[in-house]
Ligand binder design. Structure first.
Ligand SMILES: *Cc1c(COP(=O)(O)O)cnc(C)c1O
Length: 419
């Protein structure tokens, strides 16, 4: 595992307050166990592209069709990003301009539905994203959203129930792909359900994109109508998103992104996306994705051995949900806060059919992408599980938590990343 130097010499001279906060944040990332499954650590090459001069440029439009002059080299950058993403996912058409995952979803809805039309997505409290139809979100406010849920018994998707619901509600779009779902998604089945009711078949693979790119999870891109993904989660690129679609929807979707929703693309981010896609095309990325899943399984098994209830009984991907309320009698909020004091970062999360509120739910969500990027393997997951279980047991003992934090820091120093 390489050590990455941070080059911040001018910043240090110019603005010591921001410099100090950035260094403190880097140290926090290095000294703690990062378990938030939507996070990752990008390479120095990605960081360098992000902090580079394309940030100065305006380039509304698309390669070869810009509304501003001087875009010769931006076209090179954006075309490389597009071509690499196409190759990585086997996509017909890719738009690399969405500023983040939420605007990418908004663009697809904007392209494929009229306001007030119906679409189907998974409930937030059972693993869906805010943009999948939650009432406080634009998606729930502007469209009629029919939310599907999980099976109470298995805590997994029930495809027959989803199909029935689709027959009744006749949605324009059926959306699969989630934020907090630890199991394999049967994308082929979703395609069949969409075909049987004539719905536009869309996936949001923000979390699992890195796994899909290399076949560690089934990749829906070749046979779905449109697939959105963030680029900063398991895909290990800069913050941002892309939309992939069949050629027949390309023009509508491109128009929805620009001029429909956004102005100028963030060209430095596009450059960093291209770099990250290049990295994901290297053979070693498949090893990385496989190790992510092995690590998540090892962590899940070790936590289960320690008496923690794992939602749905395990994981097939990079994340797991732990029912800390049932296992330990503490809430997700208490667990998140105790773990943070021990230098372990996760997020509180609802579990399926949670009787508690999303603000203080029964569970926590943890994932393996960052630890795997740092080079940890299954044996280290046992140690991580020890730290977690101990911190949960000592959740109201500040001294014990501080002492665990020291141990965590020592443990993490064996897996350096940024210097
Ligand atoms: C993270 C996530 C998003 C949103 O991405 P942002 O970049 O935070 O807007 C959208 N969909 C899913 C499924 C996600 O997990």
């Amino acid at each position: 595992m390489a050590d990455y130097e941070m080059h911040l010499d001018s910043l240090k001279q110019r603005d010591s307050k921001i410099f100090d906060a950035i260094i403190a944040e880097k140290n926090r990332q290095m000294d703690g166990i990062e378990l938030i499954p939507s996070e990752n650590l990008v390479s120095q090459a990605v960081l360098e592209a992000l902090g580079s001069v394309p940030t100065n440029k305006y380039s509304e439009g698309y390669p070869g069709k810009r509304y501003y002059g001087g875009n010769e080299f931006i076209d090179v950058i954006e075309t490389l990003a597009i071509d690499r993403a196409k190759k990585l996912f086997g996509a017909d058409h890719v738009n690399v301009q969405p500023l983040s995952g939420s605007p990418a979803n908004m663009a697809v809805y904007f392209a494929m539905m009229e306001l007030g039309e119906t679409f189907m997505g998974l409930k937030l409290t059972e693993g869906g994203h805010l943009t999948h139809g939650h009432p406080v979100n634009f998606s729930g406010r502007n469209y009629k959203c029919v939310q599907y849920g999980l099976d109470r018994e298995t805590e997994m998707l029930d495809y027959d129930a989803i199909e029935k619901q689709a027959r009744v509600s006749k949605p324009k779009i059926i959306l699969s792909g989630y934020t907090a779902y630890p199991r394999t998604i049967d994308f082929k089945r979703f395609r069949e359900i969409c075909d049987s009711v004539g719905a536009f078949c869309m996936a949001d693979i923000a979390h699992i994109a890195g796994l899909c790119a290399v076949g560690v999870h089934e990749n829906p891109v070749p046979y779905f109508d449109a697939v959105t993904t963030t680029t900063h989660k398991t895909l290990r690129g800069p913050r941002g998103a892309i939309i992939m679609c069949k050629q027949e929807f390309a023009e509508k979707i491109d128009k929805a992104v620009f001029p429909g929703l956004q102005g100028g693309p963030h060209d430095n981010t596009t450059a960093a996306k291209a770099v990250a896609f290049g990295e994901a095309l290297e053979p070693s990325f498949k090893d990385y994705a496989e190790q992510i899943v092995k690590n998540a399984r090892a962590l899940s098994d070790s936590l289960a051995e320690k008496g923690l209830r794992i939602v749905s009984g395990g994981t097939d991907n990079h994340l797991l949900l732990v029912d800390v309320f049932k296992s330990k009698g503490i809430t997700g909020m208490e667990a998140e806060s105790a773990l943070e004091k021990a230098g372990i970062y996760c997020n509180k999360n609802t579990i399926p059919f949670d009787e508690r509120s999303p603000w203080n739910p029964s569970g926590i969500r943890i994932g393996s992408p960052v630890m795997t990027t740092r080079g940890m393997k299954e044996s280290e997951m046992k140690q991580v599980a020890e730290f977690i279980a101990k911190a949960l047991d000592k959740h109201d003992n500040e001294t014990e938590l501080a002492s665990i934090k020291k141990g965590v820091k020592e443990f993490c120093s064996g897996f350096p990343f940024y210097k």
